[in-house]
Ligand binder design. Sequence first.
Ligand code: ADE
Ligand code: ZN
Length: 326
Amino acid sequence: DRLPELVRALPKAELHMHIEGSLEPELIFALAQRNKVEIPYADVETLRHAYAFTNLQSFLDIYYAGASVLITEQDFYDMAWAYLKRAQADNVVHTEMFFDPQTHTARGVPVKTVIDGLHRACVDAGRQLGVSASLILCFLRHLSEEDAFATLEEALPHRDKFIGVGLDSSEVGHPPEKFARVFARCRELGLHLVAHAGEEGPPAYVWSALDVLKVERVDHGVQSSKDPALMQRLAEERIPLTVCPLSNLKLCVFPDLAAHNIKSLLDAGLVATINSDDPAYFGGYMNENWVQTFAATGLDARHAWQLAANSFEASFIEPPQKQAYM
Ligand code: ADE
Ligand code: ZN
């Protein structure tokens, strides 16, 4: 069976990866030591053992704790560089990386430190790894819209170092409508717009991400399959879904990988993509997500080509470069 080989070798774009979710336990401990930050786990093994999640919130609690070791610009650079080298190994030739500034500003780390470190890694990845990399600033939806506006304000002097904004963190109870005004402002500023919707939340959140926030693509979106009218809209308007199968498995969105709906999304004509979300926490980077999903759900070589083409179509790469990839 040569399908895994083909899948691994395909050039692809990764569009849904939280850079703080690429922080491996080994790097968490190294940075904790370097910065003299206390973490409530004895060692790497104990920390890895805590990675048993029952839902999104049980993951987010540990994910935010892990990010507390990030203090200096070099820390952000080192984290991003480790991911970018790992992405290159999986034949990811383009990546759009999410970052969560509020996780750091809440601890007194300036937005400038976060963005400068991440952006320097993106520039070096283009030059030294042949991986094009850009940044998407995410607002934490469990915080207020006022807090999101303050974060945007602090980030705007660095407008040239990120291409868009997104919306992440605890979904249920924090619908897209809560961020209508700040997304409208970002739209005026010419930023690309995305949002997590339909991960654990209902199809109604996907509708409002589209109609209220006016996002260009939907992160996760797997709950859309519960709403035939929504499926039709996504297919007709070619609105991409950035699906993350191993994340969905580890956060119990689906009971097992064989039950994942990626194949039916693709076969319904949706521009679905496969991504890693938080690879250090969910047991796999890009190729691990692809290979395990192909094996479990019966995707074939045509699906592989479709998924790779979708990843470039769904990307914010500017034409004519974009067409060259597709
Ligand atoms: N932040 C990091 N990963 C996330 C996910 N899968 N959903 C919502 N917020 C996140
Ligand atoms: Zn995500």
